[in-house]
Design a protein around this ligand. Structure first.
Ligand code: DON
Length: 315
C-alpha cells in the first residue's frame, strides 16, 4: 500500500446504500443508441466491483452484468501500441492534448495539425492506434489485442460480442469518414475497412465490472500485477496511460471529474467506467444511462461520492 488506503471494510458497509442512491441519477441519462445494439441495455442498471492489492474485493448492484468495453479499450490498445512501437513512433502520429470536443468530433482534425489526432483516446486517435498494433493480418492484430486484454484481466475468457461488433461495423459512418481523412493526410496506412475492423472489435470486447477492476489493478500496480507479482506493462507506459486518463479519460468532462473524484478513469458509451487508486485498488463500474457528456450518469455519481468519502483523490 502506498499513498492511499483502500479501506474496503468501510466501503463494504456503505456500498449498497450509496449504489441505490446513485442509481437514481440514471433517470436523467440516456442509453446510447447510435450503435443500435447498445440501446438494448437496461436504463437503470448500476453495478460496481472494487479489488485491492491484497485481493480483497467488494461489489454491489448489477455487478454480474456483461457489457462491451467501448472506449475503455482505448487505454489498453494505446499501451499495446507503445509496447509494439515505442513512445517516439506513437507520438509521431497522435498528440498528447485534450480536445474539449466530443469523442467523435472531426473539428480539430482539420483545424490545427491536419490529420494528426489530438490524443489516443478520441476516436481519431484510437483508430490510428489500432493501425499500429503489430500482426501479419487484421485477424492476427485483433487476436493479439484480445490475448493482451485477457492477460491483464487475470486470465478471464474475454471475447468479442459479435452482435455489437456487427452493429458498429454497419452503422459506423462517422468513424469511416474519420479514417478516410486520416488516410488522406498520411497518418493512417492501409485499408480503412481493415483498420476499422480491428478498432470495432476491441470496442466490442465484452467484460464485467470484475474484469474492469482486475485490469485497473494492473494500472494501480504501475504495470505489475499486485496479485501475481508479474510485470505485464512497462512502468513508463502506465505513466503515459494514467496521464491521458486524467486529462482526456472522461472526454470533455475530464476536468470536472478530476476535481470531484481526482482519479485516473476511462469511460465508454456502453456505460462502463474503469478507474483506480494508484498503489491501492482497481474499480469497475457499469451504468448504461449516459449524461450529456457521454459518461455513465449514475456511475460518475457513485465514483465521485466514494472518492470524496474515502479521500482517494490524487490531488
Ligand atoms: O467508435 C465509437 O463510437 C465507439 N465504438 C466507442 C465510443 C466510446 O465509447 C466513447 N465513449 N464515451
Amino acid at each position: 500500500m502506498t499513498n492511499k488506503e483502500a479501506r474496503l471494510e468501510e466501503v463494504r458497509q456503505f456500498l449498497p446504500q450509496w449504489l441505490e442512491e446513485s442509481r437514481k441519477e440514471a433517470a436523467s441519462g440516456e442509453v446510447a443508441s447510435y450503435i443500435p445494439e447498445l440501446s438494448k441495455a437496461s436504463h437503470t442498471a448500476l453495478g460496481i466491483h472494487l479489488l485491492d492489492i491484497q485481493g480483497d474485493s467488494a461489489s454491489a448492484g448489477d455487478c454480474g452484468m456483461s457489457f462491451t468495453l467501448q472506449s475503455i479499450s482505448k487505454v489498453f490498445t494505446l499501451i499495446l501500441a507503445l509496447i509494439d512501437n515505442g513512445e517516439d513512433a506513437v507520438f509521431e502520429r497522435v498528440g498528447m492534448e485534450p480536445t474539449g470536443d466530443n469523442f467523435n468530433s472531426m473539428l480539430k482534425l482539420e483545424l490545427v495539425r491536419p490529420g494528426i489526432p489530438f490524443n489516443p483516446l478520441i476516436n481519431a486517435g484510437a483508430i490510428t492506434i489500432s493501425s499500429m498494433i503489430k500482426g501479419a493480418t487484421p485477424e492476427e492484430k485483433s487476436a493479439r489485442i484480445l490475448d493482451f486484454f485477457r492477460r491483464l484481466s487475470g486470465g478471464s475468457p474475454l471475447k468479442v460480442n459479435e452482435a455489437v461488433y456487427r452493429s458498429e461495423f454497419e452503422t459506423g459512418n462517422l468513424n469511416r469518414s474519420i479514417a478516410y481523412f486520416l488516410v488522406e493526410n498520411g497518418v493512417l496506412n492501409g485499408s480503412v475497412e481493415e483498420v476499422l475492423s480491428i478498432y470495432f472489435r476491441h470496442c466490442s470486447i465484452e467484460a464485467t465490472c470484475r474484469d474492469l477492476a482486475r485490469m485497473a489493478l494492473i494500472l494501480a500496480g504501475d504495470g505489475t500485477d499486485p496479485l501475481s507479482g508479474e510485470n505485464l506493462i512497462p512502468r513508463r507506459y502506465v505513466q503515459i496511460a494514467k496521464t491521458f486518463m486524467i486529462t482526456c479519460g472522461m472526454y470533455n468532462a475530464s476536468g470536472e471529474f478530476a476535481i470531484k473524484a481526482g482519479l485516473p478513469a476511462k469511460s465508454g458509451v456502453s456505460g462502463g467506467i474503469l478507474t483506480f487508486v494508484p498503489g491501492a485498488l482497481g474499480i469497475g463500474v457499469v451504468g448504461p444511462a449516459l449524461n450529456a457528456k457521454g459518461n455513465s450518469s449514475a456511475g460518475v455519481h457513485l465514483i465521485e461520492r466514494l472518492s470524496q468519502r474515502m479521500d482517494w483523490s490524487l490531488f
